[in-house]
Design a protein around this ligand. Structure first.
Ligand SMILES: Cc1cc2nc3c(=O)[nH]c(=O)nc-3n(C[C@H](O)[C@H](O)[C@H](O)COP(=O)(O)OP(=O)(O)OC[C@H]3O[C@@H](n4cnc5c(N)ncnc54)[C@H](O)[C@@H]3O)c2cc1C
Ligand code: SF4
Length: 453
């Protein structure tokens, strides 16, 4: 049977390549950084944080060497503070808003947050206790950041929460999707344990809609929170996409989080289709596994890329090349990949997304020689669950109100499955979970939740 070769790099080099990009701050470094903060009144960094963490509040506690108190301030607003400290696009959020950014270096808020939250994770300190039982039961479907955040907030309020998760491990994309040199799996799993210690019952290996019906859940529980995220990468729809060497970008990233690096097949010359954050992560991983060349292929130009600018710059530093205004039309090869045939594009009038519509230039086909093609063109939506519950959707995303309640009373939703603008991030999912928990709690207090309506 034909197989792609695995990395030619030594196990030691691979381990080194997948170490966390930013090292942890030492006590001294954290103290110096915390003391640079101006502790602004009505701080713009806090306004820029989707979970509204009291940033000057937690930094002041680090400056006074009260690390546990500092972590409490963070976790009060964001129970997944350790994940967010690593994965948040801080340049676009809190650090981007820091008043010191215009003339000096902004405060390293992300790294300070990591300093405090890692302290409690490593020591397994529980800073919150569940309130006395309310006798109400909530089921959360999907143990990603949205589901975990919602479950933790509800447990703190005294509700009995069960999370059903189809994967063997909880944590969603923090466990399976965020590149390991940004967030090691252990960090995500330590947060999952912290949620479990609040009394949340997490059942893994249960696929809702297959192993258990949604309708039975709506009758067995007082409220439902849907946090199922998005699905796999859709098919490319071009000839040759079933050849050996064409891989799903999300699965490729997942392998680096669940398998030994030395066992993961990687090409010498790799083409990555797409220009979002998943595409950049997959490209960076291919490089760090030892690919000699990695080329990202995108049908629009750099200005229309959906990846964050700092990710784009990071990928360039990793030696990744870009082919803009190039649209793949076929994967070449007999049994395995030998090239990616593309057509050159030009930008026309704006389409429904407001971005210029790419148009093929006739007779401009060319071939990029490669032995691996990674597809990272987005993620499918879990439409069937919404359909089974007869929920209102828009472009395949579940529609919710200001309290994250769906069109069906008692059923709430949050995270990537509701993010109709496509602008998804972990911290937004965490905030969605919090908002839904407050909505569920308020309705339960009023005795208004009727999941059977
Ligand atoms: C490759 C990649 C890199 C990313 N990098 C970043 C980053 O650096 N920074 C950032 O802020 N964001 C990043 N994101 C986005 C971020 O990971 C998501 O926005 C976030 O994880 C969304 O959380 P969620 O809980 O909505 O969904 P998910 O994390 O996807 O969790 C959903 C969970 O639901 C489970 N599930 C689905 N269907 C069922 C079912 N029927 N029954 C039971 N369980 C089910 C899934 O298995 C999964 O565990 C990245 C995303 C990807 C794909
Ligand atoms: S804006 Fe910057 S200086 Fe002001 S409180 Fe926030 S981190 Fe500190």
């Amino acid at each position: 049977m034909l197989t792609l070769p695995t990395s030619a790099l030594s196990a030691e080099s691979l381990e080194q390549n997948f170490q966390e990009v930013l090292p942890a701050l030492s006590k001294r470094e954290a103290s110096i950084e915390a003391n640079r903060c101006l502790f602004c009144y009505d701080a713009p960094c806090t306004h820029a944080c989707p979970t509204h963490i009291d940033i000057p509040g937690f930094i002041k506690k680090i400056a006074r060497d009260n690390v546990k108190g500092s972590a409490r301030v963070i976790l009060e607003s964001n129970f997944l503070g350790s994940t967010c400290a690593r994965v948040c696009p801080v340049e676009e959020l809190c650090e981007g808003a820091c008043v010191l950014g215009s003339d000096h270096k902004p405060i390293e808020i992300g790294r300070l947050q990591r300093y405090s939250t890692d302290f409690v994770l490593e020591k397994k300190l529980d800073l919150f206790k569940p309130a006395p039982s309310t006798g109400k039961k909530v089921v959360v479907i999907g143990a990603g950041p949205a589901g975990l955040s919602c479950a933790a907030e509800l447990a703190k309020l005294g509700h009995a929460v069960t999370i059903l998760e189809r994967k063997p491990l909880a944590g969603g994309l923090s466990t399976y999707g965020i590149v390991v040199f940004r967030e090691p799996v252990q960090v995500s799993l330590a947060e999952v344990e912290m949620v479990e210690r609040l009394g949340v019952n997490i059942k893994t290996g249960v696929t809702v809609g297959v192993d258990v019906t949604l309708e039975s859940l709506t009758s067995d529980y007082d409220a439902v929170f849907l946090s199922v995220g998005l699905g796999t990468v859709p098919s490319l729809g071009i000839p040759g996409e079933n050849l050996l060497g064409v891989v799903d970008g999300i699965k490729f990233i997942e392998d680096t989080k669940t398998q030994a690096y030395s066992s993961i097949p990687v090409g010498k010359h790799v083409c990555v289709i797409g220009a979002g954050n998943t595409a950049i992560d997959a490209a960076t991983i291919a490089r760090r596994l030892g690919a000699e060349s990695v080329t990202m292929v995108y049908r629009r130009s750099a200005s229309e890329m959906t990846a964050y600018n700092f990710e784009f710059e990071f990928a360039k530093k990793e030696g990744i090349e870009y082919r803009f205004l190039s649209n793949p039309v076929a994967v070449r090869g007999t049994d395995s990949v030998t090239g990616l045939e593309c057509v050159k594009m030009r930008l026309g009038a704006p389409d429904s997304s407001g971005r210029p519509r790419p148009e093929a230039i006739p007779d401009s086909n060319f071939v990029l020689e490669c032995d691996m093609v990674i597809s990272a063109i987005g993620q499918e939506k879990h439409q069937s669950l919404a359909q089974q519950l007869n929920l209102e959707t828009k472009n395949g995303y579940i529609v919710t109100d200001a309290h994250n309640q769906t069109s069906r009373p008692g059923i709430y939703a949050g995270g990537d499955c509701v993010r109709v603008t496509g602008d998804a991030s972990t911290v937004m999912a965490v905030q969605d979970g919090k908002i839904a928990a407050r909505g569920i709690h308020a309705q339960m207090l009023e005795g208004m939740v009727s999941a059977n309506d």
